[in-house]
Design a binder for this molecule. Sequence first.
Ligand code: G6P
Length: 463
Amino acid sequence: MRLVVVSNRVTIPDRYEKATAGGLAVALREALEKYGGLWFGWSGAVGEDTRQVQRGNVTYAVTDLTEAERQSYYLGFSNRALWPIMHYRLGLTEFQRSDYMGYLGVNRRFARALAGLIQPDDVIWIHDYHLIPLAAELRRRGVTNRIGYFHHIPWPSADVLGALPFSATLVRTLAAYDLIGMQTELDVRNLIGGLVDLCGARQEGRRVRLGARETLMQAFPIGIDVEAFRRLAAASVRRAVTPLRATRESLGERKLVIGVDRLDYSKGIVQRLEAFGQFLLSHPEQRGNVSLLQIAPPSRSDVPEYAELDRMSDEVAGRLNAQLGEFDWTPIRVVKKAYSRTALAGFYRRAQVGLVTPMRDGMNLVAKEYVAAQDPADPGVLVLSRFAGAAQQMGEALIVNPYDTHEVAEAIRTALAMPKSERIRRFEQLYHVIETTDIDWWRRRYLEALTGVPLSTGAVEPP
Ligand code: G6P
């Protein structure tokens, strides 16, 4: 078989890839190198270019989006309608018919381009919410290969998703897939509920029958390359990476609490800053002893809700620093830029507490990276939102409700005061979990399921 991966963003590897590529990109690339294959998607650029680049036995086929497509398909329907509603944020969901038309248009265009590149034995693996109707469009063009979908973000219940205009039509297109992978069991239950309630599908265990087709739904919690990240963290300490050296100088013996997230409202950054402020207000003896470093590289800044979050996080951090800071101590530092993975690994290892408190998250790999980066002899403590998919596996973290500022504040205090023996016990259990369900395990399980699933041959209705 040959593997075909499709995702909205495709980064063609260059010689600097080791320093910048995240776990998922590397894992998919490794799978492609193993089977030989094709990676298809958006180049990330606006223009009219399509091109193919060969790297070893992998072809990267990328296409630009026009500015109108970027606005409607990417910024509009994907990130102002689907993203908020999938994260249970009905109040932030902005629907425009023209955006939905643009979304369908790009999926149709991608299907047209991709159909010409597919060979009879190819197994096709499509990723994430930008591309939900892609398989239906491929089927319309006569593609009969196995097609799998993996949804990287949460899937809400039918009564939430049902508020989105055309959601039933969109969800119905999922019947074109042979296998649908979700992050958690809850997502699978919600998805099946949606297919049954919104589209009248019939459920038989994990299989869903819609019209003439049958699709298998299953949870595949995504992982990280634990061993590689552990090595990166150990090396960053030995090599004293520049930002870490500076941190050491500016923090001295002070404790460090760390948050690392794209600047996205689903991540609960503002609520987290408030919780840290609350912790300092309730425990004045801790002032001057600990700082919060929030690394938050900007994301989707053209979307108004993201620009608003950018402003709000500055405002809250500024207010708390003015209220609580001292001439020689800054309680909160928000750094809005991306760091190399080596530097991040070093920051995680230096931090006594990892604060991972999204309001809702598909999995959250920062939780796993934080654990992988710890010193086993003196590990830090993970504080984790119960609404991150990772909480289903990582019960030995301090599990919190991010909507409850006091609870998060108390978890920070508990984490900072936790005896070493308990930290080690929790760390060992968490490490065991992430090591046995790492990115390799995820990819293998998914591809085994996809290649093993009985093929369904019925026709699919177009969106
Ligand atoms: C999430 C999504 C990915 C997306 C990433 C970055 O993790 O699941 O599909 O690529 O965010 O967002 P961006 O809009 O910059 O691609």
